[in-house]
Structures are given as C-alpha cells and as structure tokens.
Design a protein around this ligand. Structure first.
Ligand SMILES: [Zn+2]
Length: 97
C-alpha cells in the first residue's frame, strides 16, 4: 500500500514537471531581414510611356537604366547619357520619334 501511493506521487510529480516545461512560450524569432530599399530601383517598361529610347531608338524592353519625367509622363532610357540627351530638348525628341 505504501509503495503504491509513493509510486503515484512520483507520477504526479513527473507530470507537474513536464507541464512546467511546456508552459515556456515558444518564440518564433524570424532571422529574415527585409531590405527593400537596399536594392536599386529596377525600372520596368510598363513604368514608362515610351516603347523606345527616344535618343538611340533602342526598345525599352531591352533594359531601362534611367528615366526622365516630362510633362507628367515618365520616359525610360537605356543609359543616363540617352536620358541627358533627351532632357536637352524633350519636345523635339518626342516629335521626331
Ligand atoms: Zn539609349
């Protein structure tokens, strides 16, 4: 009889112990960092209204490395040089396209 109750006490003790361990909060700290601004802005052809680089005639789908805003519209260019050329006289560049 004495042995049996001692055994029961041992089991209860073991349960209490494991219960206590389970109550520790599970923290899911994600090591993922989001660096959205670290990357340079990638221009896509749908961001600009021109299909071709007005300076050199290259299609903007080949890659846009710079954009210029003229009269509220965005124009894409393959290079900052082409963009600079366009900026000298945007109206003429658009007219002759
Ligand atoms: Zn160009």
């Amino acid at each position: 009889m004495l042995k049996k109750s001692f055994f029961a006490l041992l089991i209860i003790g073991a349960f209490a112990c494991s219960n206590q361990e389970k109550t520790t909060p599970e923290e899911t700290a994600s090591p993922m960092h989001q660096h959205e601004e670290a990357k340079a802005v990638k221009y896509t052809p749908d961001m600009v209204i021109n299909a071709k680089d007005y300076t050199c005639g290259m299609p903007v789908t080949a890659g846009i490395s710079d954009t210029s805003h003229y009269e509220g519209k965005a124009y894409g260019f393959c290079s900052p040089e082409c963009m600079a050329e366009f900026k000298k006289d945007p109206a003429a560049a658009i007219a002759k396209k």
